[in-house]
Design a protein around this ligand. Structure first.
Ligand SMILES: Nc1ncnc2c1ncn2[C@@H]1O[C@H](COP(=O)(O)OP(=O)(O)O)[C@@H](O)[C@H]1O
Ligand SMILES: [Mg+2]
Length: 256
């Protein structure tokens, strides 16, 4: 089996993320203008959009870091915009968020970086349990021997993997990836895509992958939503989008 092939979600898979008519702007300038998105359990959904189109803003709305002006967001059956801080924190534990920069703590070892989210959320409190979680997360990114290294001792690709491991240590049901391959060379980028696909297959993780990179879209996504002018302009598989005559869609393909 080709390792670079997304796993199809079950035919009956329920929606785990439902975004409806999302609107947000800054200083009177609209960024999202009625954005819709549905992600089903076990699905890798890609949001493709140019730089500055509002992809990171969308992800930040999903995890409650930004508050939209209007619209609705349901995640894992909960109305995100109606949750109080405590309920939002509980939901966030179930959602991994891989930032555009891996944002590791330089003064902490890899192990300490990975233990940090467990301590913050008071999870896996027994040392043996914590060790097991850290070991599994590191194994999942192929870096089981780097627990005692410091971030400065890691390459860019390794740092990205450790950032992903730190997300995985909480065993999230949903992972949001913001530009997971940006700034990486093509081979390392491909390795990150392989990891994303491996996690989808192993844990049935649902993902939103945000990128401007059509190569990532082709390799990693079950479906692709194209974000243009603040809306979900078109949606489909890579092949479906490629077959569309819409010039705004075609522009992504001709720039390859
Ligand atoms: N907190 C913020 N305050 C003001 N403007 C913002 C903020 N966050 C994002 N923006 C603006 O929203 C637009 C979309 O940003 P972003 O979502 O980061 O784009 P990208 O698709 O590249 O991730 C940009 O014009 C950016 O300057
Ligand atoms: Mg961004």
């Amino acid at each position: 089996m080709d390792t670079l092939e997304p796993t199809a979600p079950a035919a009956t898979a329920e929606a785990v993320i439902e975004v409806r008519d999302l609107c947000i702007g800054f200083g009177g300038r609209p960024v999202l203008r009625g954005f819709d998105l549905t992600v089903r359990r076990g699905e890798n959904m890609m949001v493709l959009g140019r730089s500055g189109s509002g992809k990171s803003v969308l992800i930040k709305c999903l995890v409650g870091l930004l508050r939209p002006d209007s619209g609705s967001i349901r995640i894992l059956g909960q109305d995100v915009l109606a949750l109080d801080q405590e309920a939002l924190d509980r939901l966030r534990v179930r959602i991994g968020f891989l930032f555009q920069s891996s944002a590791l703590y330089d003064s902490m070892t890899v192990r300490e970086n990975l233990e940090f989210p467990l301590r913050r959320h008071a999870l896996a409190r027994k040392p043996a349990e914590r060790d097991a979680r850290v070991r599994e997360a590191l194994a999942n990114v192929g870096l089981e021997h780097s627990a005692d290294l410091y971030p400065a001792e890691l390459s860019g690709g390794m740092r990205r993997r450790i950032g992903l491991a730190r997300t995985l240590v909480l065993a999230p049901e949903i992972v949001l990836y913001d530009e997971p391959t940006s700034g990486l060379d093509p081979i390392t980028a491909r390795e990150i895509v392989e990891l994303i696909l491996g996690l989808q297959r192993k844990y049935r993780t649902s993902s939103v992958i945000i990128s401007h990179d059509l190569h990532v879209a082709r390799l990693a996504a079950n479906r692709i939503a194209v974000l243009i002018d603040g809306r979900n302009h078109a949606e489909g598989t890579y092949d479906e989008l490629r077959a569309m005559s819409d010039p705004q869609i075609q522009r992504f393909f001709t720039s390859l």
